[in-house]
Write a protein that binds this ligand. Sequence first.
Ligand code: ZN
Length: 254
Amino acid sequence: MKGLIDTHCHLFEPVYDDVRDGLMEQMRQNGLYKLICVGCEPETVKQSIALAEKYEYVYVEAGFHPCDTADISDSMWEQMKKLIAHPKVVAVGEIGLDYHWESSPRDKQKYWFEKQLAYANEAGLPIVIHSRDAMEDTLEIIRKNPPPRGVFHCFSGSVETLREILKMNFSISLGGVVTFSNARRVVECAKAVPEDRLMLETDSPYLTPAPHRGKVNRPDYTRFVAEKIAEIRGVTTDEVIEFTTRNAEQMFGI
Ligand SMILES: [Zn+2]
């Protein structure tokens, strides 16, 4: 049995600064098999790569988050491309559009989404999409330059949208939201998604699953997501771990 993979977490949020090293050891003991740490600008990508060089079970996802696209200079982009070439960087992400916070202008978000998508396609890397209140525009940009492989992280769309992205060959990853009592739409998707298109994530330190809501999330809490999805699908937790781990290994080549 290989164990759980958290395909999306942010370990360089300051909340982990005093506890990160201890956490890295504990998580392995708690059955976490691998994790993918996200860097949303060059600094956190560098930190994530250093962590991946230290711990074999850590991999990296690198790209400018849509909320961080307001002021990207040419030199920042050159730096990001160099970092993406590191062998432990296994995806370009999280890239996409966020019209909920709108902390960057929409035209900048679109520009950088298209540019990073094209770069990932050229580099042969899967993309990890962040799309919030922006599904129509997200799909329009993807259709112009469809990637061979990709995943919608923390997918929160309807079952209809799920069917549409499955046709475009995408997978989804689900996290703690599936355990929330008001998460009907996400639960429907957790049930409807085919076994070979689902992966697990935590989006730590955010979106902490029940029964730990209100506390800081951590990658080994992927277990609670797996347990809830098993309950929703009427299968065992071990089965969920087995197919989601297989999917993540194939998607990211890890
Ligand atoms: Zn994230």
